[in-house]
Design a protein around this ligand. Structure first.
Ligand code: PAZ
Length: 354
């Protein structure tokens, strides 16, 4: 009856949830109604987004990979983290020459993925194509080639790592090989904001089965704006047609269905990037209040690799690297991941006790 009285209510999953809870007499109706309200408030828009944006061409392949990866690690009782990393684009043409981009090098996500692997997590690394990736991030640009030397001896060419580079390469290579031998990391890539959302939802669908063992670490810089598919031209815009007028629309807030519907038992960490310090805490708190997830990592664009604030319902905790640590190449992500893993362990213990 409640469902029928909600205008435009079309979320079958929630309908199913409510009916199951009635059937099993596991009522907890207030929880269901709370979810229902959250979904209805923003219903339509996110569903409409998926209805009007086709999945990427490699979507089914990626979905199978995600399924296989999660099922394998689930069988072994592993914790699984979804790390999103890098910025999304918003194409201005279907045959895309130009696009609006979101700032992010992918350092946060790629470094964090390594630290999650060190902590025994299976890692889904969902990243912007060509942004930084775990392990290879240490040898960006020409660094790797600079570490090699070539020897030519009677038509026999050998390539070796220079002796003074072995100390830098060996520990990274050994962590890389261990992670890959254990099948502990899966890479999936996106470019546009709609590819990002399709992959995010597919990953959540498989992660839902891991319940509280799933951790979502949403570090990607995702566009808040997009241009609906039917408003962009097929071909490259021509300057002869005069200055283009481009109207950006608001992207629906996917954190709402994600927390309430897609992975209701997972430990969800979102990120908040600001350029004005006075907005950092209020906006992070507002997000926690609105979406009811577990944690926001707040950072300023200008010093994001030196200082972050871990914002939870009960506290703000600062993680800070000294100038010396930063110059010595320390990663703030080691500290961030340490704090999150400890909160995630509490969340698991709490869920098991219930
Ligand atoms: O990728 P990166 O290391 O250059 O930057 C990381 C970051 C600032 C994109 C990330 O920490 C973050 O805040 N992501 C969320 C961005 C947002 O509010 O949209």
């Amino acid at each position: 009856l409640y469902i029928e009285t909600i205008p435009n209510f079309s979320n079958l999953k929630l309908k199913h949830l409510l009916l199951c809870s009635l059937k099993t007499r596991d009522h907890r109706p207030y929880r269901v109604i709370k979810r229902l309200r959250a979904v209805v408030t923003m219903s339509g828009s996110w569903e409409e987004f998926f209805a009007t944006h086709l999945p990427p061409t490699d979507f089914e392949d990626n979905r199978s990979l995600l399924k296989e990866f999660c099922e394998r690690h689930d069988r072994q009782g592993h914790r699984i983290v979804l790390v999103t990393s890098g910025g999304t684009t918003v194409p201005l043409e279907h045959n895309t020459v130009r696009f609006v981009d979101n700032f992010s090098a992918g350092k946060r996500g790629s470094a964090s993925a390594e630290y999650f692997l060190d902590q025994g997590y299976a890692v889904i690394f969902m990243h912007r194509l060509k942004s930084l990736e775990p392990f290879t991030r240490h040898f960006n640009g020409q660094k790797l080639l600079d570490m090699l030397e070539m020897q030519d001896e009677s038509n026999n060419t050998t390539i070796r790592v220079k002796q003074d580079s072995v100390f830098a390469l060996a520990p990274v290579l050994s962590r890389y090989q261990a992670a890959h031998a254990a099948g502990a990391i899966l890479h999936v890539a996106f470019t546009t904001v709609s590819e990002y959302f399709w992959l995010l939802r597919a990953a959540c669908e498989v992660l839902a089965k891991s319940g509280p063992r799933a951790l979502l670490y949403l570090a990607a810089a995702v566009s808040d704006f997009y241009i609906p598919k039917d408003s962009i031209p097929t071909h490259k815009m021509q300057s002869e047609s005069g200055p283009p007028v481009i109207q950006l629309h608001l992207v629906p807030k996917m954190l709402a269905p994600l927390v309430n519907l897609w992975v209701p038992n997972a430990y969800v960490v979102s990120f908040k990037l600001e350029t004005e310090e006075n907005l950092l805490i209020p906006k992070s708190r507002a997000a926690l209040e609105k979406y009811k997830h577990k944690m926001v990592i707040a950072n300023m664009l200008q010093n994001r690799h030196q200082r972050v604030l871990v914002v939870t319902r009960d506290a703000n905790q600062e993680i800070l690297l000294s100038r010396e640590e930063l110059l010595a190449g320390a990663d703030i992500e080691a500290g961030i991941v340490g704090v999150i893993v400890s909160h995630h362990s509490d969340h698991l213990a709490h869920s098991e006790a219930r």
